[in-house]
Write a protein that binds this ligand. Sequence first.
Ligand code: F6P
Length: 355
Amino acid sequence: MKKIGVLTGGGDCPGLNAVIRAVVRKSARLNWAVVGIRNGWKGLIEEDMIPLTDRHVSGILPKGGTILGTSRTNPFKEQHMIDKVLETIKKYNLDALVAIGGDDTLSVAMKLSRMNIPVVGIPKTIDNDISGTDFTFGFDTAVSIVTEAIDRLHTTAESHHRVIVVEVMGRHAGWIATMAGIAGGADEILIPEIPFDIDEVVNNLKERYDSGKTFSIVVISEGAHPKGVERLATISDEKDEFGHVRLGGIGHYLGNEIKKRLNVDTRVTVLGHVQRGGTPTPYDRILATRFGVAAINAINKGNYGTMVALQGNKIVIIPLDESIMEQKTVDLDLYEISKIFFGKTTSEKIVDEVF
Ligand code: F6P
């Protein structure tokens, strides 16, 4: 019999509860006990843990957020914190840890693994920027929410002949902006991977107006920035324990520039944490469930210092350090597809020439 500790760290995302449920249910099949560690790594520092049984995970599959709570606590910030983490793992006789999180949580997992703590990571983030896995759960839900928002913004933009700028999450990678932008038919998509030229953006929008369109939807990632400006737009310079500032404001900057240069009524919508809330899509529930089961299978085989991942249609196990070596940025072939829909629409001109 084993005793497994499970925690959720970093920003929450839809599907976390589906993973926790799968971890508990698969462990029960092996007659293993599961301990829920509250609020990420903080729970191991504060010995804040609860036993998790079928009863605790019953009904949580469609619930957003995490029943365990989360935090951005970095136990490697101070020696006494990591000492306490190691002490708690020993005191509670945890045979292995399942760490569900993004790059910060997984980097802590990797450091612990190097200290011989048996850990398996599960990649989570709505940003979909973790290497080694094609998708993280939570991302599909976020894309659905943003796509629906774009659809709704289309009708009001069209009625008022406005430009509407939609700022979405995506600190280092523009996956949400690109995928939801394509799905929602955005007229311009701006992402962190490609610094934008404000003249080019305005020119594309102008071409749309010149070709008879009277509205435009521009989707921008919070981490996008104009060419030559390295500093990201921030709400506050206060840093979390992993050194991240809070991003926000690039949408308003862009909206002001568009209004000034194009002289078209412009509005800005910042979707913010709406993208992270609520029930996961079926895709995310399934992926999260597969990840949870795969993590317990990895522990059963003694495959520690690893992360479960989706590659093609298969769940695979990869070394943890492969996942956090670098951020997974947007597939530029995909971004090229989105660009076909920016700027001038020329098909009517072609038809005139042909007929
Ligand atoms: O989890 C990643 C993310 O969604 C980023 O896109 C965003 O910058 C960040 O979380 C914001 O998180 P919070 O406001 O919870 O710190």
